[in-house]
Write a protein that binds this ligand. Structure first.
Ligand code: FEO
Length: 173
């Protein structure tokens, strides 16, 4: 059974994962309209993964005798100024999520909820990977700068990264 404090904190995380999924979905859709199919595919997959993170939390809260709160969806930006900006936002957002996961772990320790603490370790590891991946992508974009042919190859690489990332995600899930 989760305590009220843990339940509230988990529900806040559900809302954050849902918002993350919507944000990446908006980025994916924008990239698709820019002809960046590889980037779009990567971001669509990323949005799906965030939804999976949300679902995992929903099921956990309900299983532990709490009540998962399904959050409202907020309107998302329609346009982004560049691909680099998109991935800067992804990194910034993932750092925010990592901080929130850490705060959630802290709540579990204070409440002596070692079961939820254990459950959250999957999220702690996932965040390390997601931040590292966003940094890797950003480093590539910084190397490319304003080079159009560089962006073409970057987009192609992102398409193949999608498959690898999705497979890694499936193995972990
Ligand atoms: Fe589920 Fe990338 O945070």
């Amino acid at each position: 059974m989760v305590t009220k404090k843990v339940e509230t904190a988990l529900n806040e995380q559900i809302a954050l994962e849902a918002a993350s999924s919507q944000y990446y979905l908006a980025m994916a859709s924008w990239a698709e309209t820019q002809g960046l199919e590889g980037v779009a595919s990567f971001l669509y997959t990323h949005a799906d993964e965030e939804r999976m993170h949300m679902l995992k939390l929903i099921k956990y809260v309900n299983e532990r005798g709490g009540q998962a709160q399904i959050p409202a969806l907020k309107a998302q930006p329609q346009k982004f100024k560049s691909v680099q900006f998109v991935f800067e936002e992804v990194l910034k957002h993932e750092i925010l999520v990592s901080n929130e996961i850490n705060a959630l772990v802290e709540v579990c320790l204070k409440e002596k909820d070692y079961t939820t603490h254990n459950f959250l370790q999957w999220y702690v590891s996932e965040q390390i990977e997601e931040e590292a991946l966003a940094r890797k992508v950003l480093d590539k974009l910084k190397l490319i700068g304003n080079d159009a042919s560089g962006l073409y190859f970057f987009d192609r690489d992102m398409g193949s990264l999608t498959g690898a990332e999705a497979n890694a995600g499936n193995e972990k899930a």
